[in-house]
Unconditional design. Structure first.
Lengths: 610, 347
């Protein structure tokens, strides 16, 4: 909670020098009011000014009418984690304005529609009323667009008050509307009117302002779902099946757009891919497994409830050894939970999905370039290991805009794994689907359509021997499970290794994964400032390998940081390394929002008894 | 191979289309259907490598192991074979899919997938081996069981049956047929028609369970005239039977088939002279009337050769997606550079 000190405003302002490129803007709006354009345009304009930014959309499970908040954090130091306090409030929602103002940092500025005539109850903040209605009317827009473009009033006013380059606002609008002049001009009309009005009518008294930097040069501003879709396209995906679910829907939306662009056959104009909207997630995963079995690179994208529905098929694909990729853009559970809020709560579910003794390869991207990379690499791993590969992202990474370094083109050709041709079988004179010929636990497979009398096999979830023949013999069962264990050990050597940053002589280690990376990076700096140096290991995939064991063994205390309630990664580490369990401590927290560095710093210091 | 062995146009003998030894009960109608699949694939000179055989879970779904050993098979999950078929046939348009399901698999747990597969017109021959009972779990009613029917395990069925053909028709099926496992000639004819059909061909084949569904009180039979000399309900004892067969059904004529327990099944073969299988309203009427009279009409009930299939509405390229070379799958470095140029700040 923000504490509100009772320091007279004029004293506060007199004492404070300009605060440049290091504060947070909170824009409170009503869902469905069209504020998303205004907010992303602001974000992109600041990004184009070279200032490190991060934007987070906190929205309800609703189409229209419920409150929505958008935060834009500016950080000259490049921090992009969630910040709890905010200094500029754009209050466009009458329903929440009282709370929104109450939580504004002392010395902050509140912009609001003049028509509402609110009381100026706080004497430690500045109030800037905006004539939203009058300024919107200057655009003479068609009545159905009026409410949308009214959001451009705060874009124009903030441009004056924070020193945002209007040229960059126009460039951002140009990007947003893909160069369509009509909407660009209509929006710019309001922006300009509001900009000029603010110049003439508002006296700048708060210290917050922007100055151009060069920190974002060469970078992208993109969300994970778009990056994941592009990654899949460069992974050669040919088939996707899905059922709409927040927050994964935009991943498939992006994929459809990308595939239409990059996988339409230039000669015939026909599709070299297929995307099927299934009747449910069971259908989606079944189609994907059917396509993977038949030899295509196939994927689905879903979120927690969909993962639950895919359980039986996941167990089957594990045992029948069918390659496919499942993206899980995690949201808050259990059950329907908070469908538009973020969480890392599906880790254990995905890792162990299925009944009996199943465990799956899980990739855990922590940044946008990694999302792109894992987008294509997941297919290589799935086909090499002949198994499902889960990629766990989350709503925060998936639906928010993040700064990102450019993506690297895949550094290796597509690895299609062990697939036999008719010639291979002719040469060998035999074929046994589940035989461990190479000692790595991975058998050789054939694809339907292979022109050889010995080429076919019968895929099944029931017990089978090396030749894929139905078997209930205990020795066949044991042999198969022992081979699957060898395959699991092979997976340890193939999945992305952890990223380690050792603190000089640090006794304390932090372990995290996925989207909490930004929070851990910033919290480590804060901890250092408080005299606590830490090492950091970021897990990028399951199964684990010895790097993680060595990291834990070489630190006195290891805190496992995660955005869920049960400390699921900590549980996996306890299971995997029981001998190291006393060193492993869980710092788990989930309230629907991304973890904040302020909170994490406090949580570590508390456990350290400081 | 014997020199004088009979072979088809591909030079394959009937043996080349066989499968493993059936582990289903002796006399089970499902075995007869497996034999007809073998016969038809041989007679039509289908390339076994182009065929895939798919199934869900249940007695019926075990049967793909008993035919077409040279074809890839996938014994999937209970009621989920349609999804596997959709994925496999979409990424490889050259495959000919034969799916075998049962009444529990299609009429209960998989009804949703079944109807969506039909709605998408996925290219597959979809056979329902329909016996109105759950065999592997020892005798519960399925959703296609007769109203008022009595089973030792389950008592009296108080609910109306789901009619697979009506469900298919309501889901805009492009091919709906019904047959009886004992009428091998009709099964073969319908199988051939189903295989050449482009979209989903639903074949509902009544295949009485010799062990658990003896139709003693079946409303589909005549009032059981014969006295029941011998109880057949002891599930630990499964008597061996000869498969029930019927000779050529005469179009338009009703005929009664005696089942193993002495009960009867009423069949009426469709008369092509009076039923136009391209008339959907007539098909609905026919099925509904048959339902009211509690008899099974057999034959081709409805067909629409013009409805586009899923690969067609997906505007798929003719080449199977799985045959595309890797360079067609992964866009070039220049494409990525272009994308990045568009996304990059401040250019």
């Amino acid at each position: 909670m923000t504490t509100i000190e009772s320091v007279p405003l004029e004293d506060m302002l007199a004492e404070r020098p300009a605060i440049v490129n290091d504060f947070q803007i909170m824009i409170a709006t009503v869902n469905g009011s069209g504020s998303q354009t205004a907010n992303t345009v602001l974000l992109r304009a600041m990004f184009r000014m070279g200032i490190p930014v991060s934007g987070k959309n906190i929205f309800p499970s609703n189409i229209q009418g419920l409150p929505t908040w958008f935060t834009i954090r500016l950080s000259k130091d490049g921090y992009i984690a969630r910040r709890e306090d905010y200094h500029i409030l754009v209050a466009m929602n009458q329903q929440t304005i009282a709370d929104d103002i109450a939580n504004l940092a002392p010395g902050g500025a509140c912009y609001y529609p003049e028509e509402w005539g609110i009381k100026h109850d706080r004497d430690d903040i500045l109030y800037y009323p905006m004539p939203v209605k009058a300024l919107t009317e200057t655009a003479e827009a068609p009545p159905n667009l009026t409410s949308y473009i009214s959001n451009m009033v705060y874009v124009g006013v903030l441009s004056t008050m924070l020193n945002i380059d209007l040229g960059q606002i126009e460039a951002a609008l140009n990007y947003h509307f893909s160069g369509k002049q009509k909407p660009i001009q209509l929006n710019m009309k309001v922006v300009n009117a509001a900009y000029e009005w603010a110049q003439d009518s508002l006296a700048k008294r708060d210290p917050y302002r922007l100055e151009p930097m060069t920190a974002t040069e060469g970078m992208l501003l993109i969300n994970d779902n778009s990056a994941a879709a592009l990654g899949a396209v460069f992974g050669g995906v040919s088939f996707a099946a899905w059922y709409p679910i927040t927050p994964s829907t935009s991943l498939i939306d992006g994929l459809r757009e990308d595939l239409l662009k990059y996988r339409t056959d230039p000669d015939t104009g026909q599709a070299t891919y297929a995307v099927v909207q299934a009747e449910d997630e069971i259908g989606a995963i079944g189609m994907v497994i059917g396509a993977g079995w038949a030899g295509a690179r196939a994927m689905t994208a879903t979120s927690g409830p969909g993962i639950s529905l895919m359980t039986e098929f996941a167990g089957m694909a594990y045992y029948a050894e069918v390659p496919a990729v499942i993206w899980d853009v995690q949201r808050m559970g259990p059950s329907t939970g908070l469908p538009t809020r973020t969480s890392q709560g599906d880790l254990l579910a995905a890792y162990l999905l299925g009944h009996g003794d199943t465990h799956h390869v899980v990739l855990l991207p922590g940044s946008i370039p990694e999302v792109f990379e894992f987008g294509w690499r997941a297919f290589d791993l799935a086909e090499r290991l002949q198994t499902l590969v889960f990629v766990l992202s989350d709503l925060d990474l998936g639906m928010n805009l993040w700064m990102s370094d450019p993506f690297e083109y895949p550094d290796q050709p597509m690895d299609r794994g062990k697939v036999l041709t008719a010639e291979d079988i002719e040469r060998a004179g035999r074929f046994a689907r589940y035989e461990d010929a190479d000692g790595d636990g991975i058998g050789y497979r054939t694809l339907p359509g292979i022109e050889h009398p010995l080429g076919a096999y019968f895929a099944r979830g029931t017990g089978h021997n090396e030749r894929a023949i139905y078997s209930e013999r205990p020795d066949d069962w044991l042999n198969n499970m022992a081979r699957l264990r060898r395959k699991w050990d092979t997976a340890r050597t193939l999945v992305p290794a952890p990223v380690v940053d050792r603190g000089d002589g640090a006794e304390v280690g932090l372990i995290a994964f996925g989207t909490t990376d930004a929070c851990v990076i910033e919290a480590r700096d804060r901890l250092s400032e408080q005299g606590l140096d830490t090492s950091y290991l970021r897990i990028r995939a399951l199964p684990l390998n010895d790097t993680t064991r060595d990291f834990i063994a070489s630190h006195e205390r290891v805190y496992v940081v995660e955005n869920n309630s049960d400390g699921q990664m900590a549980s996996i580490l306890h299971m995997e390394y029981p001998e190291l369990a006393p060193r492993i401590h869980s710092i788990a927290y989930a309230d629907g929002l991304p973890l904040s560095p302020r909170w994490l710093t406090g949580a570590v210091l508390e456990q350290e008894g400081r | 191979m014997a020199v004088n062995a009979r072979v088809n146009e591909l030079g394959l003998s009937r043996n080349d289309y066989k499968g493993g030894v059936s582990t289903l009960c002796q006399g089970c109608g499902h075995n007869s259907i497996s034999n007809q699949i073998i016969a038809v694939a041989y007679e039509m000179s289908l390339d076994p490598h182009q065929l895939i055989k798919l199934s869900g879970i249940g007695c019926s779904s075990k049967s793909p192991a008993y035919f077409l050993n040279r074809s890839h098979g996938f014994n999937s999950l209970h009621g989920r074979m349609p999804a596997i078929a959709t994925g496999a046939t979409t990424v490889n348009r050259e495959l000919i899919a034969i799916g075998v399901s049962g009444d529990g698999d299609t009429g209960s747990i998989g009804l949703g997938q079944f109807k969506h597969m039909v709605r998408r017109n996925v290219p597959i021959v979809y056979i329902v081996e329909n016996n109105g009972v759950y065999g592997l779990t020892k005798g519960q009613f399925s959703a296609t069981a007769d109203y008022g029917q009595m089973l030792k395990y389950a008592g009296v069925n108080e609910l109306p049956p789901i009619d697979i053909c009506l469900e298919a028709l309501a889901a805009d099926a492009s091919f709906v047929a019904r047959s009886f496992a004992g009428d091998s000639k009709q099964v073969r004819e319908l199988l051939k028609a189903a295989i050449v059909h482009r979209g989903t061909a639903v074949l509902d084949i009544i295949s009485p369970c010799v062990t658990f569904n003896n139709h003693e009180d079946s409303t589909k039979s005549y009032a059981y005239g014969k006295s029941r000399e011998e109880p057949l309900h002891d599930i630990t004892f499964i008597p061996e039977y000869e498969p029930i067969t019927v000779e050529d059904q005469e179009p338009g004529r009703m005929r009664t088939v005696e089942l193993h327990d002495g009960s009867h099944l009423m069949l009426k073969a469709l008369d092509p002279a009076t039923h136009d299988p391209t008339d959907k309203a007539a098909a609905f009427r026919l099925l509904e009337e048959a339902r009211e009279q509690q008899l099974f009409i057999t034959g081709l009930i409805y067909v629409d050769e013009n409805r586009p299939t899923l690969p067609e509405v997906s505007h798929l390229i003719e080449t199977p997606l799985v045959h595309l070379p890797d360079e067609k799958l992964r866009p070039s470095r220049a494409v990525l550079d272009d994308i990045l140029r568009h996304l990059t700040c401040c250019d």
